[in-house]
Design a protein around this ligand. Structure first.
Ligand SMILES: Nc1ncnc2c1ncn2[C@@H]1O[C@H](COP(=O)(O)OP(=O)(O)O)[C@@H](O)[C@H]1O
Ligand SMILES: [Mg+2]
Length: 369
């Protein structure tokens, strides 16, 4: 939640940073769910506006790690873009503003962590994809992000959230919750447990292919929602933002999570499962955008893994909701007692719908190559 903040209360924070010009106004900005985001406007003509963010340190425990990741990744993106004629690294890469002491995050007396970015002007982000053109641009933006980072050694990055998409560790947590059964809910979710167990082995294929050396460990974004792409005034992808979860991963994770959030015709916690359908036209446009940037360097196994990722990501999301329901709702905020199980059921229905379309999804991907 954005707390009330005024120029006076924010001044001791932003004076720590190496800002140009003079800050005129501060106001809450955007519709992100994780951090508190504010826009700072500049009084002096020709100097940039800024984005001030209070980092959510309940979710991100390793702020030095993610900041270092962000520094390395944005430096690499800038270097690569500078080599591409017609590109503008200032506009196309998220730019952190250093503090006067050379660091990037200011910790105030209350233990809050603050950082500042250059405000990317004349851009907008949408929470929901509604057109094929948007899906294409989202795919292209995340695909280009992959392409520009393809030559960067992923092992240079830390894991700010360890085992984020690791199905085995998610399954371990699931089994532990079942064993502990703190709210005696296990008996209420037998079909969902069965749903998970019957697919766990097959869903583990990406991890196995990775371990077998068939899928290279790349740098993945891991939060490939559409509102993490800033679009320019012509609705073309301009800059991928929200780089907190950037870490080593498999390309299918980014592809699968984007598809999960784009193609569902209902909301993530839809109660009426009949409303959950897959918008294949959006899936196709996203895939076309993504592969227009990545087809040239992904290996064959990676291309094959993309469709697996489309099943895996909603499966993992459903598994996390189910685990939280069994464990007594300690992680996700709930608005009513059955909220987490309703969310889990909605994700599992999405998995089923995507399974029905699996051959078609594979065909779409192959046609993009
Ligand atoms: N550098 C920037 N320039 C312009 N808008 C931005 C910038 N960074 C973030 N935003 C806006 O703020 C919103 C939230 O920021 P984000 O970093 O995605 O935080 P969260 O993790 O809370 O989603 C974005 O969806 C976007 O609309
Ligand atoms: Mg965001």
């Amino acid at each position: 939640m954005n707390k009330t903040i005024t120029l006076e209360t924010a001044r001791p924070i932003f004076v720590q940073f190496d800002l140009k010009g003079a800050i005129k106004t501060i106001s809450p900005f955007g519709s992100g769910h994780i951090h508190d985001t504010y826009r700072l406007t500049n009084e002096v003509n020709g100097f940039p506006d800024y984005i001030l963010q209070r980092i959510n340190h309940n979710i991100f425990k390793n702020i030095p790690g993610l900041t270092e990741n962000m520094r390395l990744v944005t430096a690499h993106l800038k270097k690569r873009l500078a080599e591409i004629p017609g590109s503008d690294p200032e506009k196309e890469v998220l730019q952190m503003v250093p503090m006067k002491n050379g660091q990037y995050v200011f910790q105030d007396a209350d233990g809050n962590h603050w950082r500042i970015f250059h405000f990317l002007k004349d851009t907008r982000s949408y929470d929901l994809v509604t057109t094929e053109q948007q899906a294409f641009e989202g795919g292209k933006a995340f695909g280009k992000f992959q392409r520009l980072l393809a030559d960067m050694d992923a092992t240079r990055l830390q894991e700010p959230i360890p085992d984020f998409h690791n199905l085995e560790s998610r399954m371990n947590l699931f089994h532990k919750a079942i064993e502990a059964n703190p709210k005696d809910r296990v008996k209420l979710v037998a079909p969902e447990i069965e749903f998970v167990e019957s697919r766990a082995e097959q869903m583990n294929r990406i991890l196995k292919l990775g371990r077998a050396g068939k899928l290279p460990l790349r740098i993945t974004h891991n939060d490939t929602k559409f509102n993490n792409v800033l679009l320019d005034q012509n609705d073309r992808g301009q800059c991928v933002i929200d780089l907190d979860t950037v870490m080593p991963g498999y390309v299918a994770y980014d592809f699968g999570d984007a598809v999960r959030t784009i193609v569902n015709t209902a909301s993530e916690d839809e109660k009426d499962l009949e409303k959950i359908q897959v918008n294949m036209a959006l899936l196709k446009s996203f895939a076309e955008g993504f592969l227009s940037e990545t087809a040239g360097f992904l290996n064959r196994d990676e291309v094959d893994s993309l469709a697996m990722g489309v099943l895996l990501l909603p499966f993992i999301m459903g598994l996390r909701f189910l685990t939280d329901y069994i464990g007594g709702d300690t992680y996700y905020k709930i608005h009513f007692p059955e909220h987490n199980i309703q969310r889990a059921r909605a994700q599992f229905r999405l998995v089923e719908k995507l399974e029905e379309q699996y051959p078609e999804i594979q065909r779409i991907i192959t046609n993009c190559i």
